[in-house]
Design a protein around this ligand. Structure first.
Ligand SMILES: Nc1ncnc2c1ncn2[C@@H]1O[C@H](COP(=O)(O)OP(=O)(O)O)[C@@H](O)[C@H]1O
Ligand SMILES: [Mg+2]
Length: 344
């Protein structure tokens, strides 16, 4: 997760790429940033659509305006309207004060519609006029307002196909699609993988204040040869776990647990300890370490493990899965905790 400062500094130039596929995408994005065309970002989950939308905004002439983000899935119609267009005081029960909507907030800036394919038919109908003419009214308000916004939308669905099948408004699709940018999956960015892995390792080691000096070639190959179905989001998560749970200065192959291995391991495992603990209440389990006054990183890790272990009612299989570590790593960590019982 990036902090606000990092996001504010994020520009198209700062995005790492050595691969033809991503270079093409970034070159188009740079052209698109110069004008006000609505942009549709297509890409698998985790490829960096949200990040690219923000970078386009930061690199555009609208950079001094706001970047407002809207995700319409799972929202009631009233909430949806007030979120998009704002409301006047007393517009509905609970509207105790006036509120600006996303179109107003993004005036002179960029409005980002995330997961646009999940937008309900009602929401699609409601935004059409505002997208088309930049006109809208606050909920409970009379005055027609004008919004000067650049729209960027993102989806991991084949939106054109959905529009063709009548599952997304065709008129809205054409309004949103001034230009489509396809963000390549990590599988199609082979030339970028080693650089992205190295950058992520460095960032995580700094973030977790870990003295990691190198990565074993076998470990590096393991990361390079993986297919990364969850793309950059998965890369970020896996490397975070690797760094967090590496106790050496060197990262070895066995420190790296990929999702497909985790599945194999967890599915094959029948935890015998469950049988021996049936009937025991959570209160009877009392790990005495980690010490809550110990603010070291190691202690924080142990506390987190402890929390997840209790949450899963001491199911090691589930705990390892949630933490994204192997059973052997979890066992090692659990064994390193002092306990006042022999329940481990
Ligand atoms: N170009 C990039 N370089 C490094 N990390 C990236 C890049 N693009 C995205 N990420 C990271 O990958 C994760 C997913 O990015 P996000 O933009 O939310 O993807 P999407 O919206 O396509 O699902 C985030 O943690 C983000 O910081
Ligand atoms: Mg996203």
């Amino acid at each position: 997760m990036k902090d606000h400062q990092e996001i504010a500094a994020l520009t198209l130039e700062s995005l790492f790429s050595n691969s033809p596929a991503m270079n093409r995408c970034l070159a188009l994005a740079k052209q698109a940033a110069k004008c006000d065309l609505p942009i549709l970002l297509q890409g698998e989950t985790g490829t960096g659509k949200t990040l690219l939308a923000q970078a386009i905004h930061n690199s555009s002439t609208r950079q001094n305006g706001n970047f407002a983000s809207f995700n319409a899935s799972a929202m009631s119609d009233t909430l949806l309207e007030s979120q998009l267009f704002g409301h006047e005081k007393g517009a509905f029960t609970g509207a105790t004060s006036q509120m600006r909507g996303k179109f107003e907030v993004a005036h002179d800036g960029t409005l980002f519609f995330d997961e646009i394919a999940d937008m309900s038919a009602i929401a699609q109908a409601k935004i059409l006029r505002a997208v088309e003419y930049g006109e809208y009214e606050r909920l409970g308000g009379e005055r027609t307002r004008h919004a000067d916004v650049r729209i960027i939308s993102a989806t991991n669905q084949p939106l054109r196909k959905l529009a063709g099948m009548g599952q997304f408004r065709n008129d809205l699709y054409h309004r949103l699609n001034g230009l489509t940018l396809v963000i390549p999956s990590l599988r199609d960015r082979q030339e970028d993988l080693s650089g992205l892995i190295a950058n992520e390792l460095k960032k995580c080691a700094e973030g977790f204040v870990k003295n990691i000096t190198s990565i074993h070639p076998d470990a590096f190959s393991k990361l390079l040869n993986y297919s990364w179905p969850g793309n950059l989001r998965e890369l970020h998560r896996v490397i975070q776990a690797v760094v967090l749970f590496t106790e050496d200065e060197v990262i070895y192959q066995e420190n790296i647990i990929l999702d497909d291995e985790l599945m194999d391991e967890t599915e094959a495992y029948d935890p015998p300890e469950l049988k021996s603990t049936v009937g025991q209440t959570k209160a009877s389990i009392n790990l005495t370490v980690p010490d809550k006054n110990d603010l070291s990183l190691e202690s924080a890790i142990l506390q987190h493990i402890e929390k997840v272990y209790f949450m899963t009612e001491r199911n090691k299989r589930k705990t390892a899965k949630i933490l994204g570590v192997s059973r052997s790593t979890l066992d090692r960590k659990l064994n390193s905790m002092d306990t006042d019982s022999d329940l481990l």
